[in-house]
Design a protein around this ligand. Structure first.
Ligand SMILES: [Zn+2]
Length: 323
């Protein structure tokens, strides 16, 4: 089955949001730190399922969110988010990215969302004709607020959706996962529960070859959950547990390729480039596996040389990068 990464702009995040979870990086620092930003890409994925049709996993952000002063006006989000948090060039909007592959929004037959966070569901309303699959726990928590302030599911992004399909993980165990859900009845697209980042975060296993994690892991290095950890808005214990289950899955399927939403590293960029035609070549797969062998030991412990560190911008500005 072909799988295409869709680049839907980028977002500016504090380095500590991605990598400060083990270092006492507090929420207060998260909100106040304006000196250690990095840009990270936002990716959705399009799967060409033979019978279910073109299916999206996540949808990224919308142009309305980028002009967020209006989009978020009257909500706490207006105050939480930085004005320049998002960047969405015209050729990276969801309709533009679909058009590149010969599709219009109305051609999409189903959408799977990994979780409700607003950088994953921004233009979801373009797909109001389609069923929207998501973890049942995420659906149940849709009215909840992160930190008691920020809505888990921002109403303008999702208001038009009528055909919600909450996923119950009643199917067979896979790897370390005690349940799964076979979304299209042929075993090729399995939803797996990876809660923690949000109450019902869900990952999607395609052909037992690709795992789309949403934000259950931000980058491949987050596999080493005892050495690299995002700060958590959700349940940290669940988050760690979900990453361990992904480690187990990876041991069961050694060829597995993990595709996250925001991998800003060489590894993520190479996979995205390699999947431009929907298929990963043997050369790209073997490059990925040798990168992983240089990055982790057998138990997914990180090579200390690969610990993420913040590199300030050469011009002294506020946006550096993570090496
Ligand atoms: Zn995200």
């Amino acid at each position: 089955m072909k799988i295409y990464p869709l680049r839907i702009g980028r977002t500016k995040v504090p380095f500590g949001q991605f990598y400060g979870g083990l270092h006492g990086f507090s929420l207060r620092e998260f909100a106040a730190d304006k000196d250690h930003f990095i840009w990270v890409p936002i990716h959705a994925y399009l799967i060409e399922h033979p019978t279910a049709g073109p299916v999206l996993v996540d949808t990224g952000i919308s142009p309305e969110q980028v002009a967020h002063v209006d989009y978020y006006r009257g909500s706490i989000m207006e105050h939480v988010m930085d004005v320049d948090e998002y960047d969405l060039p015209a050729d990276q909007t969801m309709p533009a990215q679909l058009a590149r592959l010969g599709y219009r929004p109305q051609d999409i037959r189903a959408v799977i969302i990994t979780h409700f966070h607003e950088d994953h569901v921004g233009p979801l309303n373009l797909f109001a004709h389609a069923p929207v699959y998501l973890g049942a726990a995420e659906y149940a928590a849709r009215e909840e607020k992160v930190f008691g302030l920020v809505p888990l599911a921002y109403p303008p992004s999702i208001a038009a959706i009528t055909d919600w399909r909450p996923i119950e993980f009643t199917g067979p165990a896979v790897g370390g996962f005690t349940g799964s859900a076979d979304l299209f009845g042929d075993g090729s697209v399995l939803a797996l529960p990876t809660p923690g980042h949000s109450p019902g975060s869900t990952s999607v296993l395609v052909d037992h070859r690709f795992l789309l994690t949403g934000d259950a892991m931000y980058t491949i290095r987050h596999l080493a959950v005892d050495q690299v950890r995002a700060i958590q808005t959700g349940d940290e214990g669940q988050y760690v547990d979900s990453v361990r289950r992904i480690q187990w899955l990876r041991r069961q399927f050694p060829e597995l390729v993990i595709l996250t939403a925001h991998d800003h590293t060489d590894y993520g960029a190479r996979l995205v480039a390699g999947l431009a035609d929907g298929e990963l070549s043997d050369a790209d797969l073997s490059w990925a596996k040798s990168y992983e062998r240089a990055t982790f030991d057998e138990l997914a412990n990180l090579n200390p040389a690969r610990l993420p560190r913040y590199v300030p911008a050469g011009d002294g500005g506020g946006v550096g990068h993570a090496a």
